[in-house]
Design a protein around this ligand. Structure first.
Ligand code: FAD
Length: 509
């Protein structure tokens, strides 16, 4: 039973909002007693959406702070097209974050964080990565999972938490009639080629509404997902991002409020317990509207690997988080990702049907299994696969106060056994297809993971060592790898696992 009535939560929320709007950025919150049992979630991507729903369902007053905009499909030009990108595609706040200050500031969908040898990208909107991702929700194989997460119970993940996320989002594998339609030729070729190369073909769940895709294929609505134009949001509304399921249900409970265009700048530990969260409210053009503080008894960090890392490092360096934890920023990695392309003689010339939803696993090297996710593209002639293996090397994150920016220290991992295993598996694949490897985008990473790793910087429930009631619940917890597959399902399922155990603690103290 909740200790809170809905009316009491709404009164508290409006009082906090009113008080917050009047506070300067760095006012001292230590004289304000924290509201008992309230929760603040930073970030509204996969993990933040899970946390918001589970807290709100339990009647816990919850405020979700999200730096990006809320995007609602209102016609075919809601999102930028993959083939004609514009300012809506990129988070350029402040503009100095891109190309030496060129360009206008805009709260666009995707943030790029560059370093000399790797660029990592992540979502920046209500729903976070779930709007800009490929839609693949795939469960890791047991052996790889157990090597990466020896402290987690694979049976519980596979039996309870993975299915829970799939059901909540409404994801499903590609139906046979869609796979059989003409634009899905590249998928069909991949299934044949991977099978002939001795790989295990897996139909992954995709977080897309296949009935909407059927209507695209039938020509009833303009094509988007069915021609692989869905990377920056999907204009046909087929993508089942978490704003349409988890977050929508959290809001409907009456116990969760989502504040978009609200960037958390700092976290301050309070002497009386709890945390002050320093927020900047901004316009879509990046102008500061005001700053305020929120006080949280229970603080959930779900800003994604890169920005959870940045916030923790920045707040520790500023002396605002004083618990000390020198493992923050460590254990960061690229999920062992490598985007590999081949000129393929038989995938056809036009746009390829999407979304990504067919994987192939090569187990011939037992020490280094490699999974390929077939990644359809909006043009023909080329077949693209994302290869993933468990990396041998990990890097780290640093905060640069001069630039108020995150820096990534990344080792050269091009000749590691893991990288060589990817190359060998790809050769096995191209030997079947007669395709010629061809350069594609390199050095851009879609799956940044780690920086506040479980069993290292944090407990297995995500509690940051040295900081009571401060929980990391997102991709920062994963040690640079999601065990040879795309990470979102594991990020969300791990958040489900954690929230199941934490909600009673928040309710009962
Ligand atoms: C182009 C692309 C394609 C991808 N495709 C796939 C795929 O098909 N399958 C898959 O499994 N994974 C995919 N991923 C990866 C997947 O999106 C991430 O692993 C996942 O989103 C991580 O979830 P998260 O909860 O850790 O963080 P996120 O989903 O990134 O959410 C973090 C949220 O926090 C917000 N935030 C950050 N800083 C602040 C701040 N200071 N204040 C307030 N809010 C803040 C962000 O705006 C964002 O909304 C893809 C990623 C990209 C970029």
């Amino acid at each position: 039973m909740s200790r809170y009535s809905r009316r009491r939560f709404l009164r508290q929320a409006s009082t906090l909002a009113a008080a917050g709007a009047l506070l300067p950025a760095c006012s001292d919150s230590s004289d304000r007693a924290p509201t008992p049992g309230n929760a603040v979630v930073i970030g509204s991507g996969f993990a933040g959406s899970v946390a918001a729903l589970r807290l709100a369902q339990a009647g816990i007053p919850t405020t979700v702070l999200e730096r990006g905009q809320e995007w609602t499909v209102q016609g075919n030009d809601t999102f930028p097209s993959t083939t004609g990108l514009d300012h809506r595609a990129t988070w350029t706040i402040p503009p100095s974050r891109v190309a030496d200050g060129q360009g206008e500031a805009y709260a666009g969908l995707l943030e790029n964080i560059g370093s000399p040898n790797v660029t990592a990208v992540c979502g920046a909107c209500v729903g976070g990565g779930s709007l800009v991702y490929g839609g693949v929700l795939i469960q890791p194989p047991r052996a790889a999972f157990e090597s990466v997460f020896p402290y987690l119970d694979y049976g519980a993940m596979a039996g309870t938490y993975y299915p829970r996320v799939i059901a909540e989002i409404g994801a499903a594998p590609i139906p046979d009639d869609v796979l059989a339609s003409p634009t899905y030729r590249a998928h069909r070729r991949f299934i044949v080629d991977a099978g002939a190369a001795g790989m295990e073909v897996v139909k992954a769940n995709a977080s897309f509404d296949w009935d909407i895709i059927r209507r695209e294929i039938a020509g009833e609505i303009p094509a988007a997902a069915s021609v692989s134009d869905y990377a920056f949001g999907c204009n046909s509304n087929a993508k089942l991002s978490t704003d349409k399921n988890y977050l929508q249900r959290a809001r409907a409970s009456g116990f969760a409020e989502v504040r978009s265009l609200t960037e958390v700048e700092m976290i301050r530990q309070l002497d009386a317990g709890g945390y002050a969260v320093i927020c900047r409210r901004l316009s879509a053009e990046g102008e500061t509207l005001d700053r305020y503080e929120l006080v949280a008894d229970y603080l959930f960090l779900a800003a994604g690997s890169l920005n959870t890392g940045k916030l923790l490092l920045k707040s520790q360096q500023a002396g605002e988080l004083r618990g000390g934890n020198d493992r923050v920023g460590q254990g960061w990695g690229t999920n062992g990702d490598e985007l590999l392309a081949q000129r393929h003689p038989d995938v056809g010339g036009g746009p390829q049907g999407g979304p990504a939803c067919i994987a192939a696993v090569d187990n011939t090297n037992p020490d280094y299994p490699v999974a390929f996710m077939h990644s359809p593209i909006p043009f023909g002639g080329t077949q693209l696969q994302l290869a993933m293996s468990v990396p041998d090397e990990l890097g780290s994150l640093r905060y640069d106060p001069g630039r108020d920016a995150l820096a990534i220290d990344w080792p050269d991992d091009t000749q590691t056994p893991s990288a060589l295993a990817r190359a060998a598996s790809f050769q096995q694949l191209t030997a079947q297809t007669g395709g010629a490897p061809t350069p594609f985008i390199s050095g851009t990473i879609w799956h940044p993971l780690g920086g506040a790793v479980m069993g290292d910087a944090c407990s297995e429930l995500g509690e940051l060592h040295g900081y009571r009631n401060l929980f990391v619940i997102d991709g920062a917890l994963l040690p640079g790898s999601a065990a040879t597959v795309n990470p979102a399902l594991t990020v969300a399922a791990n958040a489900e696992r954690i929230m199941e155990q934490l909600v009673p603690r928040v309710l009962h103290g």
